[in-house]
Design a protein around this ligand. Structure first.
Ligand code: SIN
Length: 187
């Protein structure tokens, strides 16, 4: 599949008649909230883990020197914490452009930290997208992140801001924290 997912996402979900919908953010959508929302709540989704396995050519790296950003990988029994935003469907006109480098919108069940569930959408970059990099040792991922810079800023800033947000949310994401530790050790 082409790395540019804008057209795929536009065809994916019929928002007609829908006034608001939940969006689950587990990466930069937690801390870079450049879209209007009606409500936000800490939440989690089941069966997925966060991994720095997706290349960023357009935000935190370039075509020549891609950065690494997070996607979700299926893992039965896992819980991924993040932030849920209730948004108007028009917000996806902006977010589909922001998340265009390989991310597709999927429907999923959100569990709110305050209790209760709702159906929502989450952007996932699946293995079949052209920018998918896959597994690498965390020390190697940290080395790539340390030098990558793109139009949205240094890749290390993405990592550090995400790690801080996850601590605030109480997500014990050992993968993110291991990469953070490698980056801090070598800086
Ligand atoms: C997300 O934050 O939910 C998607 C991945 C990203 O934009 O970092």
């Amino acid at each position: 599949m082409s790395a540019d997912t804008i057209e795929h996402n536009r065809k994916r979900f019929d928002f007609s008649g829908i006034k608001s919908i939940w969006l689950f953010g587990y990466g930069s959508l937690i801390y870079k909230v450049d879209f209007p929302f009606l409500e936000q709540r800490p939440a989690s989704i089941q069966g997925w883990v966060r991994r720095f396995w997706q290349a960023s050519h357009d935000h935190r790296g370039t075509a020549e020197a891609p950065g690494r950003v997070v996607t979700l990988i299926e893992q039965p029994g896992a819980v991924c914490k993040g932030m849920a935003f209730r948004v108007s469907p028009s917000v996806f006109e902006h977010l589909d452009v922001r998340e265009k480098n390989g991310y597709l919108r999927f429907s999923t069940t959100l569990t709110f930290e305050s209790g209760g569930h709702a159906e929502g959408l989450v952007y996932i970059a699946t293995e079949d997208n052209e920018a998918f990099l896959g597994h690498a040792p965390e020390a190697d991922i940290a080395r790539q992140i340390a030098t990558a810079v793109g139009p949205s800023g240094p890749n290390s800033e993405y990592l550090f801001r995400l790690a801080d947000s996850l601590r605030t949310l109480g997500d014990e994401c050992t993968h993110t924290f291991a990469i953070e530790a490698c980056l801090k050790k070598n800086s």
